[in-house]
Design a protein around this ligand. Structure first.
Ligand code: ADP
Length: 466
């Protein structure tokens, strides 16, 4: 349990990113530091070698032009410079005996050992004091008379200068590294704030409260877009849940009526148990239970169509044949009311759709048009092709729908007040809309109260294809 906060810290994306950046930062800076150090060391070495070489060359020339004695005089003249610069000059005769040695005062008590005896003329080598206190970069040359001269230079000033440069570079680099780390941590924290908002919002959402939304900090960034899409998804879920709650309330309300009627029939039959009363009660119960069953079946169809799991069986359909077929089913009801059904459409129109479902769509629209029209009125059914779609219209001269109701007639179980006198469950138009949309089509309505209504369905020519 105690390791939990540490685990959380370790798994924190901002911390992880910062540590990774820190590692990359550190590796790059180290590589830079090593390269700069190497270049500086090489430049310093070349500078020292140039100085030693220039002395050697000028002394060689001098010995050649003016002789060894003159050289000794000049070296003695230059002695203060060599002592100041921690340099050592030694002159040997042809037999290797030392003729002259110039070096700083404090070098006298020390013995210098090194590769002089093994190294050839004009080669660089390093000699070391026996006490290990200093290293000397050396080179020797043979003079024209066979004598030799060696010049060396302590590596200490060069190393001190290098150490100074390193300290300077480090004194700039370390604070820069720390500042970079702090900035990286801050940038990571800022960049990940929308993600934390998202997490907080998801945590705070409960089934009963879907109103919470994620704060969209920068709508133009990817995370802003994600937050926006997440909010859209929440709104959609909220809408669906609210719709489900309303449907559930409406279903509960609408089921209560037939159930109450069934109970009433049963109770009255029980209080008067003669055969006719029992038969009538059973008939009532069968009728009411059929009503409930139909309602539940249609509700399930709507839900399946809305959630995209309604299985459609697309097939080529001759639009005119389908309209005539459907009209035949309603012609008796229309005749009884003295309503004439007029068809007017392009007889060449074909489309691919689910025949049974399309008949259901047209049937429901026709059923409503007849139901909500006064006797003696006309109903027109028309269809035509337009821009890759088939447009189907059902126009009546019925009671019409008020603008307020027009927004709600496609809701489940919604019935306008003045239609209460007609039989119905308020599910027909919801089913029509769900089936049309499952075919990737649209439905729209224009209506004038007292004048009539027109429902327009638009279906893609290959409507049933996924
Ligand atoms: P219902 O079973 O009540 O007819 P619908 O879903 O088919 O259910 O229709 C919902 C409501 O829309 C109806 O109750 C009615 O008020 C209104 N409506 C539908 N079609 C028409 C129409 N052609 N003319 C007037 N009102 C209509």
């Amino acid at each position: 349990m105690s390791s939990r906060p540490i685990d959380k810290f370790r798994r924190n994306t901002a911390v992880n990113l910062t540590l990774r950046f820190a590692l990359i930062f550190f590796l790059c800076s180290s590589a830079l530091f090593v390269t700069v150090d190497f270049l500086l060391a090489r430049a310093q070495l070349q500078k020292d070698q140039q100085l030693v070489s220039s002395f050697l060359e000028s002394y060689e020339r001098l010995e050649q032009d003016a002789g060894l004695h003159k050289l000794e005089l000049v070296i003695a003249r230059d002695a203060p410079f060599f002592q100041r610069s921690e340099m050592r000059v030694e002159l040997f005769d042809q037999n290797g005996n030392s003729l002259l040695t110039i070096q700083p005062e404090n070098w006298r008590s020390k013995t210098l050992v090194g590769g002089a005896e093994h190294s050839r003329d004009d080669e660089w080598y390093e000699a070391v004091f026996t006490d290990g206190s200093k290293r000397v970069l050396m080179r020797q040359s043979r003079l024209s008379d066979g004598s030799r001269i060696s010049i060396g230079m302590s590596t200490a000033p060069r190393e001190a200068e290098l150490a100074d440069s390193r300290a300077l570079v480090l004194s700039v680099m370390v604070p820069l590294l720390c500042l970079g780390l702090l900035l990286t941590a801050y940038i990571n924290w800022r960049a990940l704030r929308p993600v934390h908002d998202l997490i907080d919002t998801v945590r705070s959402i409960k089934a009963t409260d879907l109103k919470t939304r994620v704060r969209v900090r920068d709508p133009h960034s990817e995370l802003g877009e994600l937050a926006h899409l997440f909010n859209q998804m929440l709104s959609h879920i909220e809408q669906l849940i609210t719709g489900m709650q309303h449907s559930l309330d409406a279903v509960a309300h609408d089921i209560r009526t037939p159930l109450a009627r069934m109970r009433l029939s049963i109770e009255s039959a029980l209080s008067n148990p003669d055969e006719d009363a029992l038969r009538e009660a059973l008939l009532d119960c069968a009728e009411e239970s059929e009503r409930i069953e139909t309602m539940l079946r249609v509700l399930m169809d709507i839900s399946e169509a809305e959630s995209g799991i309604l299985s459609l069986h697309p097939e080529p359909i001759d639009m005119q044949a389908l309209v005539i077929e459907t009209i035949d089913m309603y012609s008796h009801v229309a005749e009884d009311k003295g309503i004439s059904l007029n068809i007017e459409g392009d007889e060449t129109v074909n489309l691919v759709a689910d025949r049974v479902r399309l008949r259901q769509v047209l049937g429901n629209l026709l059923d409503n048009a007849i139901k909500y029209s006064d006797p003696g009125r006309d109903i027109a059914i028309g269809w035509q092709k337009a821009d890759g779609t088939v447009l189907l219209n059902v126009t009546d001269q019925g009671c019409g729908i008020s603008p307020l109701d027009q927004n709600r007639v496609f809701d489940r179980l919604y019935r306008a007040d003045k239609s209460r006198s007609e039989a119905g469950m308020g599910l027909g138009l919801s089913l029509v809309k769900a089936v049309v949309e499952a075919h990737r089509g649209t439905i729209s309505l224009t209506s004038e109260p007292g004048q009539g209504s027109q429902f327009r369905v638009s279906l893609p020519i290959i409507a049933g294809a996924a």
